[in-house]
Design a protein around this ligand. Structure first.
Ligand SMILES: [Zn+2]
Length: 134
């Protein structure tokens, strides 16, 4: 068993795109007759919560809003997230992973991942910030 971490997932639409509307459209419609926006512009962001609920790999780790449920050892996290990202092309996912010995933030877009790690940074000595703790 490896180390256990808390995971938090968020997602956002790319600039200039809109969430898929729920209006019923004729099969060959290029515009929604209800709200008038181009059909092809919509992204299925409202289905991400269902996807999370339907896939076991998220169980006990994140809820349908992407919020952390409990800490876990998730060795297949990158694999599982790349698969999910392939299902939601054009949506940027951000996964924060936090534990005692590591803090990282991975970005997912179109089935690919960019891994980043938090760096520990200390302030430099500044005599103006000296305090007397007594
Ligand atoms: Zn509509």
């Amino acid at each position: 068993m490896g180390a256990r971490y808390y995971h938090n997932l968020s997602w956002e639409l790319p600039p200039g795109t809109r969430e898929e509307c729920s209006h019923i459209k004729p099969e060959d419609a290029k515009f929604c007759p209800e709200c008038g926006v181009s059909v092809g512009l919509y992204l299925p962001i409202s289905r991400i919560g269902d996807y999370i609920d339907d896939h076991e790999c998220f169980e006990g780790r994140i809820d349908c809003d992407g919020d952390s449920i409990d800490e876990s050892y998730w060795s297949e996290c990158i694999h599982d997230m790349c698969k999910m990202s392939e299902e939601f092309l054009g949506i940027l996912f951000t996964m924060d992973t936090n534990g005692d010995d590591a803090n990282c933030r991975d970005f997912y877009l179109d089935g690919k991942v960019q891994e980043t790690w938090a760096e520990l940074v200390y302030d430099e000595f500044d005599p103006k910030k000296l305090e007397d703790p007594k």
